[in-house]
Design a protein around this ligand. Structure first.
Ligand code: ZN
Length: 228
């Protein structure tokens, strides 16, 4: 049986990545983190998506990055900024969580090597993104090299593959792909705020809405209604 580990936050990108992994591997394990983010609404989304894909095992791990890290996405961090408008991606916003992808990929690699999985999937994209340094192809190439050097599988010549299938896709491409492969988008949660409905205003909501608009598909989740 071929097996892969998927990092699953419960958002549009990681859920689409799980859908892609489900076409490429027979057995999937998902890994979700409670890392000290301000809200845990996305964790509920991750559980529903994982169960939709009948993952073999869905691990939800606590890693309290809020105790050492500084970011507006973390508890005790400053207020989450409003949308950056046209400047999105030009500078690194306060929602960047230091070294988050490095830490999460390291956990995923530990898990994958331990259970005999051949790949780790992460739903990062370097198009239509917030400018986070650990979402760029250069970072993933460097991580692949590290995984080859720093694991038993690597030294034996069969390193765990690091897969980031969305890296060159726009948000529109991602929504189209998700729609095409039947990802249950109504359960995904992207908003930085953990309220009943998505705010429609934060960077993450704006990028998501742009994706649906480009794809010509209606976003099935509820948004806070704006004043006319
Ligand atoms: Zn939002």
């Amino acid at each position: 049986m071929s097996r892969a580990v998927v990092l699953l936050s419960g958002g549009l990108d990681s859920s689409t990545t799980l859908g892609i992994a489900a076409k490429e591997y027979e057995e999937l394990c998902a890994l979700t983190f409670i890392y000290g983010q301000k809200h845990e609404k996305e964790i509920e989304s991750a559980k529903k998506i994982a169960s939709h894909y009948c993952v073999e095992e869905h691990k939800i791990l606590n890693i309290p990055l809020s105790k050492i890290g500084r970011s507006s996405l973390l508890k005790n961090g400053e207020k989450i900024p409003e949308h950056q408008g046209e400047n999105i991606g030009e500078s690194i916003p306060s929602t960047y969580v230091p070294a988050r992808n490095m830490i999460m990929l390291s956990y995923a690699l530990c898990y994958a090597e331990s259970i005999g999985a051949d790949a780790v999937y992460i739903g990062a994209t370097a198009r239509d993104y917030s400018g986070y340094p650990d979402c760029r192809p250069e970072f993933f190439h460097a991580f692949e090299e590290m995984a080859e050097e720093g694991t038993e599988r690597g030294l034996e010549g069969s390193p765990v593959k690091i897969k980031y299938p969305l890296i060159h896709m726009t948000k529109g491409d991602i929504v189209k792909k998700a729609h095409e492969i039947g990802v249950p988008l109504r359960w995904t949660w992207s908003c930085y705020k953990g309220e009943k409905k998505a705010c429609g205003e934060c960077d993450s909501c704006k990028l998501r809405l742009k994706g649906f608009e480009e794809a010509g598909i209606e976003d099935p989740i509820d948004y806070v209604e704006k004043d006319p």
